[in-house]
Design a protein around this ligand. Sequence first.
Ligand SMILES: [Zn+2]
Length: 273
Amino acid sequence: MKVPILTYHSSNIDGNDYVTNNHVALAEDLHTIARLGLRIVPVARVVDVLLGEAPPASVKNAVALTCDDGSYFDWHDMKHPRHGPQRGFAGILRDHTARTGQPAQMTSFVIVSPEARAVLDVTCMAGRDWWRDDWWRDAASEGVIAIENHSWDHNHATLPRTVQREQNKGTFETIDSYADADAEIRAAADWLNVHLAPNRSTLFAYPYGEWNDYLVREYLPHYIHEHRLRAAFTGEPHPVEANTDRWLLPRYVCGPHWKTPDELESLLRGMRV
Ligand SMILES: [Zn+2]
């Protein structure tokens, strides 16, 4: 088992070329993936295989796709105020399936708190109410974009208050107590389970890709009966292999870990078995 998980951010739109726009990059990368004869599998299936609940053959020569934060650009075709019309990630995936006949699914790790998203929409995007959750249920039932947990409020530095008790914001390394982990992780999972029922949230991606020993060695393994998660994802550039820690599943991030179609191609060629 050697499966790369590729990660995108739909709000990364600083132009309309591969380096400056993750929508352009995703569309191009789907061509590369198809040309190399790789299959796209849901990231949940990678976890199934890791946990011995599906055969390794079901992820042979496969890649999985994820995106983070959960804004409208994941789902809607949108007109960017500076860079014009953008095809949403969902549309890019549907286009790929229509063209190739191959299924293409992505998992979006969303910031769950509605209040946090309303503030982040102003501090991190254009302030046009583009970070609502009114598309999550449609996405979850259609299946092209699965919705999973990226914490309650990202412990984001631009929020006036987060659920981190000492207000040590702008990092996830300070989520190092039961109270903080319960508020950032379990509460977010519960919200998703209530609002997207009958879907169950079972996957978590660390905000900023940051984790600590308390989360990985104590909270996540010992409180499964409370948070009900099966795996957690970082942002470290490695494939998932048979001996990967389920609470530290690595992901390659578009931009930091590859910047051109050629770089992605050589990365993916190294995975083939
Ligand atoms: Zn994030």
